[in-house]
Design a protein around this ligand. Structure first.
Ligand code: AMP
Length: 215
């Protein structure tokens, strides 16, 4: 099954995608994570990616399509979950075309609906394990043992540079202006499902599994 997660930054796309990955042998393609890895190399492209991300802007469509296409060719398990892509109607159209060329299609697009101000609190408190990428939150999801990753036992954690309130607000605006117009695009195709992204992590996971019929 091939899925897209749509929702503003902090809606829980990454958290829920990682759960589906572990439980249902699907592969998460997070364009944000891909770009953060490129940025960490310090290459010319990496420096450009860092500048664009820190400003809450978007990287060029052609680059994003190429990154996703290469990842799908390499490995897509029993299906993939796109998290952070597509972000514009243009990217959604390019994605449909690219998948059709590979003989693939999207089965479901899940929109996580959220309250904007609550999201700011969610995002500014989040951090992740630098070893395995497991996600945590100062308030909602602390490691079981302080400063030790539940998943891999690592003790190094990182916070995203673009999780600062000012950047988060710019990313929210970009979501409203550029990404929300995708909703009617997928609505017209009959693949859009909307769930309540303000529920607990467990409840949201249940809603997603019920929507996908994979409980
Ligand atoms: P995310 O982790 O999905 O919030 O993405 C972090 C940043 O990476 C975004 O604010 C953009 O600058 C960039 N980015 C991620 N996905 C895309 C995309 N599909 N198109 C363009 N830029 C992207």
């Amino acid at each position: 099954m091939n899925i897209v997660f749509l929702g503003p930054p902090g809606a829980g796309k990454g958290t829920q995608a990682k759960r589906l990955e572990t439980k249902h042998n699907m592969v998460q393609f997070s364009t944000g994570e891909m770009l953060r890895r490129v940025a960490a190399t310090g290459s010319e492209l990496g420096q450009e990616a860092k500048r664009v991300m820190d400003a809450g802007q978007l990287m060029p469509d052609a680059l994003m399509i190429r990154l996703i296409s290469e990842r799908i060719d390499r490995d897509c398990g029993d299906g993939f979950i796109l998290d952070g892509f597509p972000r514009t109607v243009r990217q959604a159209e390019c994605l449909d075309q690219m998948l059709a060329e590979k003989g693939l299609k999207l089965d479901v697009v899940i929109e996580m609906k959220v309250d904007e101000e609550a999201l700011i609190a969610r995002i500014t408190g989040r951090f992740s394990c630098s070893g395995c990428g497991a996600g945590y939150h100062d308030e909602f999801q602390r490691p079981k043992v302080a400063d030790v990753c539940d998943a891999c036992g690592g003790s190094e954690f990182v916070r995203r540079a673009d999780d600062k309130e000012e950047t988060v607000r710019a990313r929210m605006e970009a979501y409203k202006r550029q990404t929300m117009p995708i909703l009617p695009y997928y609505g017209d195709k009959g693949v859009l499902r909307t769930i309540d992204g303000m529920a607990s992590i467990e409840e949201i996971a249940g809603q997603i599994e019920a929507t996908l019929g994979v409980a």
